[in-house]
Design a protein around this ligand. Sequence first.
Ligand SMILES: Cc1cc2nc3c(=O)[nH]c(=O)nc-3n(C[C@H](O)[C@H](O)[C@H](O)COP(=O)(O)OP(=O)(O)OC[C@H]3O[C@@H](n4cnc5c(N)ncnc54)[C@H](O)[C@@H]3O)c2cc1C
Length: 436
Amino acid sequence: MSTNPYTILILGGGIAGIASALALSKKLSPLIPDLKIVVYELRDVPSTSGGAINLTPVAHRHLDQLGVLEELRKMGPEGGVEVDEIEIYSSQTGKKMGTVDFAGKDGKGYGGYKGRRIMRICLQLAMMTAMAKLSNVEMVFGKKVVGGIETEKRITVYFEDGSFAKGDMALGCDGVHSATRTTLVDPDRASEYTGISFIQATMKSETIESPAHFKATAVNRSRHGALMTTYCDSDREDMFVAALAEVDEDRLNSEICRYQTGSLKTKNAAVKILREDIQNRFGNSTIPFIREITDKCWDWFLYPVYQLRPGGKWCTERVMLLGDAAHAMPPKDESAAYALDDAILFARVLSLYIHEPLTEAFRVYESLRRKTIDDAYKAASENWASNKESGRLANMFEEWLMPWNLLREKKKSASAWTFDAMAVEIPRPNRATSSR
Ligand SMILES: Cc1cc2nc3c(=O)[nH]c(=O)nc-3n(C[C@H](O)[C@H](O)[C@H](O)COP(=O)(O)OP(=O)(O)OC[C@H]3O[C@@H](n4cnc5c(N)ncnc54)[C@H](O)[C@@H]3O)c2cc1C
């Protein structure tokens, strides 16, 4: 070991960052008595933005392994609504075109885990509660990573406030726009706008008088994008609605984003633009519930979706990127699961290679992870294209093909959802010399 205590710096306190802290503490604490893990987060407090997130069966399994599912259950209704299936509707005809099934053949889920829709802030708080139980993990807010220097033995990370931290290793878990990636690992791999944005809002379910056409979560497709309608608490009191829609980059840069970050007056102007946009896209739906949302929901917010080019470099000698910082892809309702998989698999590899050079642990982790991530990129990109604007005929054709496409996806999903990062076979190191 090169320092005392052995210090791991985790840069970014989102899903990948906190999951890494949980997994590393669990796997390394028995091996390194003086282990210290510090999570540095840009924000001053946990963020309430971002709406609700869907957790697939595999994300569920990994949250359980990390002790987070227990905390979600303790939260009561705010711990999220269990989702048996995502129902897919045609917004134009009102017809149900199929489902994405999370309940499996026996109705009990995949390996006992179904889906879950939960507000991001609630997931974050549950993860932080699980982390607070660990004596060797600390989280520091208000620390924006701006760069770092790596030497043979240490990594020093610099923060915007002029402070710095030294450690044996750093994990870049700072999301799609990762400063760890752009300053330390792969400066040429900048985030890119996907051309598609989420126009999203949260609202009270009681606002809508029409009966809901879905049980927990629905995606309502139109040729102008898809509108997701979902509950996000088990009492079904709160709803999250989000349109996935093609939004021109110029428009994004000009009116909407500038307005959103301005004064109350300009914010109201942005909301008005977004509301009109939603009405144009979904206001003529044959589903009364959808029409009512477009009429009654006011609080829209635009959330542009960024991605990284596939491939790229993930590590240096002492820094590894995990989660979106390494492989942000178009969201397909399962990228959070990849961040959790990364964290668990990385911690397992590191614990097995703890007496080997760090570079060897990094190499083994990457060799186990690359193909899964490359395949996921391909699947996410194909799926993402269907959110773009299409002509009337092309849309009809897509809707006609939908049941077949869902069936095809089902087979792939079933194998993705039974994935268990705890069960991945890791090649054993072929020498046992301590070289750190
Ligand atoms: C609109 C949208 C909807 C999505 N919906 C889903 C879904 O339903 N299901 C799903 O599984 N996935 C979904 N995803 C993807 C999912 O949100 C991400 O894959 C997941 O959040 C990745 O976790 P992460 O920890 O790697 O990154 P993030 O969640 O982005 O966390 C990064 C953290 O690092 C912090 N940070 C950033 N820069 C710095 C810095 N310089 N210094 C210090 N800290 C920093 C951030 O504040 C943040 O806390 C969605 C993504 C988008 C964009």
